[in-house]
Design a binder for this molecule. Structure first.
Ligand SMILES: Nc1ncnc2c1ncn2[C@@H]1O[C@H](COP(=O)(O)OP(=O)(O)O)[C@@H](O)[C@H]1O
Ligand SMILES: O=C(O)C1=C[C@@H](OP(=O)(O)O)[C@@H](O)[C@H](O)C1
Ligand SMILES: [Mg+2]
Length: 160
């Protein structure tokens, strides 16, 4: 959350001409409601199952850039789907940077009642082993411009 997956994916698509699939946006389109409403009405597990279904179905897509939600690599079956279809890029940022980036938004239910640097730090500590296990490439995003992050990804993935 807040490391720039959605933003950088949009930039990457502009630079490469590839099609963008932002998982959260695709899920919202299918469900015809926003993520916070999905969490409120049906719970987190329901949302996590939508993510897994989406990943399975998108295997047929080619030449796409997929922006995942931050919880996706926490399920091993999701990581297996992602590994089948491409290079997995981990965007990271410090808890302080993430806090600054998400403090004014209200579309992330996991953070809504816990918006603090210390909670983000704790969440990242819990998640980091999963993220590192899944990632082919890691890019630290603190203090970097969006265009430069996208360029770094293209260089590291040699897919330009
Ligand atoms: N490199 C960056 N520098 C400054 N702001 C950024 C950067 N990357 C993302 N942001 C901003 O941080 C917020 C969260 O970015 P977003 O792309 O939604 O992250 P994610 O999809 O990982 O949750 C947005 O307001 C976005 O404009
Ligand atoms: O980390 C998470 O558990 C989540 C991250 C969100 O996506 P971003 O990482 O794009 O904010 C979104 O999928 C949902 O609110 C849950
Ligand atoms: Mg996003």
């Amino acid at each position: 959350m807040g490391t720039g997956k959605t933003t950088i994916s949009e930039e990457l698509c502009r630079m490469t001409g590839r099609k963008l699939l932002d998982m959260d946006k695709e899920i919202e389109k299918r469900e015809k409601r926003k993520i916070p409403e999905i969490f409120d009405t049906d719970g987190e597990e329901y949302f996590r199952n939508l993510e897994t279904d989406f990943l399975r179905e998108m295997q047929k897509e080619e030449d796409v850039i997929v922006s995942c939600g931050g919880g996706v690599p926490l399920r091993q079956e999701n990581v297996e789907e992602m590994t089948k279809s491409g290079t997995i890029v981990l965007l990271s940022a410090s808890p302080e940077t993430i806090f600054e980036r998400v403090r004014d938004s209200h579309d992330r239910p996991i953070l809504e009642k816990n918006k603090s640097v210390s909670y983000i730090e704790e969440l990242l500590e819990r998640r980091r082993p999963w993220y590192e296990k899944a990632a082919d490439v890691e890019i630290v995003t603190d203090g970097k411009e969006i265009f430069n992050i996208a360029r770094e990804i293209l260089e590291k993935c040699s897919c330009q």
